[in-house]
Design a protein around this ligand. Structure first.
Ligand code: URA
Length: 190
C-alpha cells in the first residue's frame, strides 16, 4: 500500500541522513496542495525558510508568489512547492552533491504521491537533476521536455532575478508558457 503524505512528512522531519541536520532549525518538507498537477522544485531552504519551516518565504519567495499569482497559481490554491534538499546548507551555499544524493529520495517519494503532470525547476541545481545535468539555464529556460510522462521545464531562480532584474521578462515569459501547458494537459488546476 502507498504510504500517506502525512506519514512521509513525519518520517522526513526526523531525518538524520546527512550533516545538514546538525545545523538546521527546521526541516523544510514542502508546502501546497498534495493533489497538485503542477510542482515547483527549488534548491534548498535559506535563512527565512529554515526559521519558518516553509519553502520560499524570504524575498525570493515573495517574488515567486507574485509571478505565480500572475498566472493564477498559488501555494494555497493549486500547486505544490518543494526543494532538492530539505535542510538549509550553512551560509546559503549550494547543496553539495552528496547532500543532494542523501536527500533526493524524499523528493522522489513526494513526486510519486503527488503525481504531477508538470514539474517546474527553479534554478540550475534543480534543473540539473530533473531536466539536463549539463543544462545552460540562461539558454534552455522555458523549454519543456517530457520524462516518464511528466512535462518538465526549468526557469530562472527567483533569487537570481533579484540579483539581475533585467532577466525578469524572460522568467515571466516562461510562466506564460507554463500557463499554456497547464491549459493543454491539466484537468483541475484552473
Ligand atoms: N531558494 C530555494 O531554492 N528554495 C527555497 O525554499 C528558498 C530559496
Amino acid at each position: 500500500m502507498e504510504q500517506s503524505f502525512d506519514a512521509l512528512e513525519k518520517e522526513c522531519l526526523a531525518c538524520h541522513k546527512c550533516a545538514l541536520c546538525s545545523t538546521r532549525k527546521n526541516v523544510v518538507f514542502g508546502v501546497g496542495k498534495t493533489d497538485a498537477e503542477v510542482m515547483f522544485i527549488g534548491e534548498g531552504p535559506g535563512e527565512q525558510e529554515d526559521i519558518k519551516g516553509e519553502p520560499f518565504v524570504g524575498r525570493a519567495g515573495m517574488l515567486l508568489d507574485l509571478m505565480l499569482d500572475a498566472v493564477d497559481l498559488g501555494r494555497d490554491k493549486n500547486i505544490y512547492i518543494a526543494n532538492i534538499v530539505k535542510c538549509r546548507p550553512p551560509h546559503n551555499r549550494d547543496p553539495l552533491p552528496e547532500e543532494q544524493d542523501c536527500c533526493i529520495d524524499w523528493l522522489l517519494r513526494q513526486i510519486e504521491l503527488i503525481k504531477p503532470q508538470i514539474i517546474v525547476c527553479l534554478g540550475r541545481i534543480s534543473a540539473m537533476r530533473f531536466v539536463d545535468p549539463d543544462i545552460k539555464i540562461t539558454r534552455q529556460h522555458g523549454e519543456f521536455i517530457e520524462k516518464d510522462g511528466i512535462l518538465m521545464m526549468a526557469t530562472l531562480h527567483p533569487a537570481a532575478l533579484l540579483r539581475n532584474p533585467a532577466q525578469k521578462p524572460d522568467a515571466f515569459a516562461d510562466f506564460l508558457k507554463l500557463r499554456e501547458q497547464i491549459n493543454r494537459v491539466c484537468e483541475h488546476t484552473y
